[in-house]
Design a binder for this molecule. Structure first.
Ligand SMILES: [Zn+2]
Length: 269
């Protein structure tokens, strides 16, 4: 026991000395010190907070609006069945529709808790565009961007906690304010490209997300800046990158899903 404490003290001191180097290392690498269960726990926590704040997040009743939910679940299932998500079976991938026609947004909390605003659904023209946006958001969760980013930010502290035998729960406590962490430029690009890969080979146009950006640019939708535009890469570049990626992957399927999409819109309040 005495021995163990001595080792821990040595490790602790080494880590303190190496701190600045480690911080650089964590932010430059894809290392994630969090466990898969941590992603789930963080997402769960966020989903409880959202559920407890109905004045801000008006969740559409999944029973009353069952048919609308079925449409979204069908799209999410198509994306999951692409076989390209790493954590298809680890994460929850549950969906909530938020009733707010002014918000052109969707987001996905760690662990696969997906939220989509009625404003976004009504703004888009076809299912491929919505699938593209959902794919982008699901990619943030599947690629574990939040916990990777927290590793980059708090990596050394986290490592010390783990090695000092701290309770694993302490890690998730460090990460309480997860929503305030905006994704980096690299993670936005990663999510854009992952969305193309997910949709490629499904019934959807793999460039769906680009369709969303194009509409946004056409409409000059300032003001309601959604998650996807919250960070640096400008929409024009992103459209170009999405087109290039779809071409590179040889994505072909361009089936029209307009009718089904009109039905989904008609089922919303
Ligand atoms: Zn994003």
């Amino acid at each position: 026991m005495e021995e163990l404490r001595r080792y821990r003290l040595i490790i602790f001191l080494v880590l303190i000395i190496l701190g600045p180097f480690l911080a650089k290392f964590f932010s430059a690498s894809d290392i994630n010190l969090f466990k898969i269960e941590d992603d789930l726990k963080l997402g769960q926590k966020l989903s409880v907070e959202i559920a407890n704040n109905p004045s801000h997040y008006k969740i559409l009743d999944p029973v009353e609006y069952k048919e609308a939910y079925n449409h979204i679940y069908r799209i999410v299932k198509t994306i999951l069945n692409s076989g390209k998500l790493k954590h298809r079976d680890d994460f929850r991938w549950e969906v909530k529709i938020i009733h707010d026609d002014k918000v052109l947004n969707a987001f996905c909390a760690p662990g696969g808790f997906i939220y989509v605003y009625t404003g976004l659904i009504k703004f888009l023209d076809n299912e491929s565009q919505l699938a593209g946006v959902l794919g982008h958001e699901m990619a943030h969760a599947d690629l574990r961007h939040s916990t990777r980013q927290m590793t980059a930010k708090y990596g050394t502290d986290l490592l010390i906690t783990i090695l000092m035998g701290g309770e694993h729960d302490q890690l998730t406590q460090i990460a309480t304010n997860i929503t305030s962490l905006a994704y980096s430029r690299e993670h936005e690009t990663e999510a854009d490209l992952a969305s193309v890969a997910y949709l490629c080979g499904t019934e959807y146009d793999a460039r769906g997300t680009a369709g969303f950006f194009e509409k946004l640019l056409q409409g000059g939708q300032a003001g309601a800046i959604p998650e996807f535009l919250s960070t640096h890469p400008n929409p024009e570049n992103r459209i170009e990158n999405i087109y290039k990626e779809a071409q590179k992957l040889g994505c072909k399927n361009l089936k029209s899903t307009q009718d089904r999409y009109a039905e989904l819109k008609s089922l919303l309040p």
